[in-house]
Design a protein around this ligand. Structure first.
Ligand SMILES: [Mg+2]
Length: 424
């Protein structure tokens, strides 16, 4: 059987785990896109990167003095304007109709008592990583599916008879250790397990025995199934198929749609046999920014170095040693280029900055203006297991030591406390 574990309103719960005053109240976490990281003035950096994708980009905040006014409110021509959107709402807030994607201003109209929190992505990443590590000790194969979702394969590990008790224990331990509510779906097929979690929420457990899948999905609208895109929904509706039960009766139709159709059919049936992909676990850290066109290569390099500094902070925070580096550029005339390099060396700030700039120099078309930069590191190697280049070892060790002491300073003060000369 496969377990799907999903933290309940994770971002909101994460704040509650740190501040008990937030319990049982309508709270929400908001987000804003911003470009302040590139400002030359010292601000006690608050970098955030709103990304609504499954993987939220790593972002780091020192939100000590940050508050709602400073984060969400702009003053334009003397007028106070609330900006930003809701990324997560607690169940108490959802009762007022507050949803992900709604503007902060509208959420506050619906519930004037709503507490809108400034996001703390570093906290989310730390908690997510800690829970992943905890699950790895409990379950032989764990897949981190997103920042707040995990799959665990317990075949041959926990007998079906003991499964429910096992899930309740996991749920209880996650609550006790991390003070976070989590819901768990259990089924033979991983996508049915994910669907079951939706019915377990909040803070529940939902087990679907193999023989019960048909009955469980029968009345469920097709769009609730993970992986039914708008395209498939439209196609199915053309055949008057609105529920998963109806879909299951049309094997012919799905099979007529080739490999993806077949795959989807068996996912719905719960016999896809896909198993979990440990490899697809989140193993990269990336950051990107879109801005008004910039022609100066010097300024672009400066921005790459700034992005690198933020990546370095996050990588060192989780103690990873990435060995693959990516840079992506988008130009004002629509062209995109990207490049990557793998270097089996000890990670450090100096190395990371140098490689990003190196890749940039190699791939930059040299013409036009740049409107978007993305940087990413992946391929996290365990320093002890992997053979890192011995040639550069001594140099890398001292670069890493320096990098780590800078990290300690930054953790104590802010990410802005130490900048490279090439950023100024
Ligand atoms: Mg969740």
């Amino acid at each position: 059987m496969i377990l799907h574990l999903d933290l309940d309103s994770f971002f909101a719960s994460a704040h509650r785990s740190r501040d008990k005053r937030l319990l049982h109240r309508p709270i929400a976490v908001g987000g804003r896109s911003n470009l302040r990281i590139f400002d030359r003035a010292k601000r006690g950096i608050r970098l955030y990167n709103h990304n609504s994708g499954a993987f939220v980009n790593p972002v780091f905040y020192h939100q000590h003095q940050e508050d709602f006014e400073r984060f969400f409110v702009d003053h334009i021509n003397g007028k106070r304007k609330i900006r930003g959107i809701i990324t997560t709402a607690s169940y108490e807030a959802r009762a007022y109709g507050i949803k992900t994607g709604m503007s902060v201003a509208e959420a506050l109209r619906l519930c004037p008592d709503l507490i809108v929190l400034v996001p703390d992505y570093l906290l989310y990443h730390e908690l997510s990583h800690a829970i992943y590590q905890f699950l790895e000790l409990e379950i032989p194969a764990v897949e981190q599916y997103s920042i707040d979702e995990f799959f665990g394969d317990v075949k041959g590990w926990i007998s079906d008879r003991e499964l429910l008790a096992f899930a309740y224990r996991l749920q209880r331990e996650i609550r006790e250790r991390f003070e976070l509510p989590i819901s768990i779906g259990i089924a033979e097929g991983k996508w049915i397990a994910k669907l079951a979690t939706e019915y377990a929420k909040p803070n529940g457990i939902c087990l679907i025995p193999q023989g019960e899948i048909g009955r469980f999905i029968h009345e469920i609208p097709i769009e609730e199934f993970p992986g039914i895109s708008k395209g498939y929904k439209k196609r199915l509706e053309r055949y008057k198929i609105e529920t998963l039960g109806e879909a299951l009766k049309r094997k012919d139709l799905f099979y007529g749609w080739g490999k993806p159709g077949k795959m989807l059919y068996h996912r719905i049936k719960g016999d896809d046999g896909e198993g979990i992909s440990v490899k697809n676990s989140r193993k990269s850290i990336g950051l990107s920014r879109t801005f008004d066109p910039i022609r100066s290569r010097e300024e672009i390099r400066r921005r790459i170095v700034i992005l690198a500094r933020h990546i370095v902070y996050m990588v060192q925070k989780i103690g990873a040693n990435p060995t693959t580096y990516y840079v992506g550029i988008r130009y004002d005339f629509g062209q995109r280029v990207k490049g990557r390099k793998t270097v089996d060396r000890l990670f450090s700030e100096a190395l990371c900055k140098a490689i990003f700039v190196e890749i940039f120099e190699e791939i930059d078309l040299g013409v036009g203006s740049v409107t978007k930069l993305s940087v990413r590191v992946s391929n996290f190697s365990d320093q002890k297991c992997k053979t890192l280049s011995l040639l550069e070892w001594n140099r890398d060790i001292s670069a890493q030591q320096l990098s780590r002491s800078v990290q300690r300073m930054r953790e104590k003060y802010t990410l802005d406390v130490i900048k490279g000369a090439n950023e100024l």
